[in-house]
Design a protein. Structure first.
Length: 98
C-alpha cells in the first residue's frame, strides 16, 4: 500500500494559526509557539506510518490524536489523511464542530 498524503483543511490551518498567535502574544515570545508547532508536525508525520494511533470518534473514519493540550482531528480515506481541526481541550466541548 502506498503512503497516505497529509492534507490540511483551511479550517485546521486557521485554528492552528490562531493558537500559535495566541501564545506569541501571551508569552511575548515565539519560543513556545515554535516548539508547539514542531511537536504537532512530528506527531502528524507519525500518522503516515501509524494511521490508527488516534482515538476513534463518533464520526465515521474520524479520529482524534491528543498532542499536549490539543486534539488533532483527522479523517482517513484510501489515499489521504485529512486534518480537520486542531482543538484546544481546555475549551468548552459544546464549541467543538467537526
Amino acid at each position: 500500500m502506498a503512503e497516505r498524503i497529509i492534507i490540511w483543511t483551511t479550517t485546521a490551518k486557521i485554528e492552528l494559526k490562531f493558537i500559535l498567535e495566541y501564545y506569541n502574544l501571551r508569552n511575548k515570545s515565539k519560543t513556545y509557539s515554535q516548539k508547539l508547532l514542531r511537536t504537532i508536525q512530528s506527531e502528524i508525520k507519525l500518522l503516515v506510518q501509524q494511521t490508527f494511533i488516534g482515538k476513534k470518534t463518533d464520526t465515521l473514519n474520524v479520529r482524534g490524536l491528543l498532542i499536549e493540550n490539543f486534539i488533532v482531528f483527522y479523517e482517513i480515506n484510501e489515499s489521504h489523511i485529512i486534518i480537520l481541526s486542531v482543538w484546544d481541550t481546555r475549551q468548552n466541548p459544546a464549541t467543538l464542530n467537526l
